[in-house]
Design a protein around this ligand. Sequence first.
Ligand code: CTP
Ligand code: MG
Length: 181
Amino acid sequence: MAVIETIVLAFWLMLPAYVPNNAAVLTGGGRPIDGGRTWGGKRVLGDGKTWRGTAGGFLAGALLAVVLTLIAGDVSAAIGIGLPTFTVAATVGLAGGAMLGDILASFAKRRTGRERGAMFPGVDQLDFVVVSLPLTALLATDWFFTWFTWEVILVVVVLTPILHVATNVIAYKLGLKNEPW
Ligand code: CTP
Ligand code: MG
């Protein structure tokens, strides 16, 4: 498969996992998931992981998966690249896995003494991939292995940190995010 086709496919496949983190920044606030609780003297997750942000992020990813599913046929025909629709299980795996990965990363950050908003290079950029891909493979096994070939996974691992850094710098410059990571 041509490189450009693989990149387009990887981006399409990952959109429901990319959007939740950014949507959470916009919808976040209110009661933190950990309810302020601490573990070993540190917050379990911290104030940066809220119920509202998590729900908003997941719903944004799920809504996008529905929209992409509705337009998949037309877009595939227009650009001549076969693009998949998203099953319910795939949607839950991608959007839910992205939010879960982000939450687990905050848990790891707090355990390693990093305050809310602290940088955690590598983890910040790939946390949601590391959880959303295995979760999708678990929940939507046939769908996952049909579309996520090793070429696609390679592109995802290279493309995701670049997109993550770029979108966070933009969100920071727009005043939506406190740190550019
Ligand atoms: N956010 C949220 N709920 C989530 C994820 C994010 O409410 N599950 C919102 C919070 O307002 C958060 C912002 O999005 O401050 C940015 O997300 P992120 O960078 O993941 O959180 P940080 O504040 O940097 O906290 P942490 O150090 O735990 O990553
Ligand atoms: Mg952060």
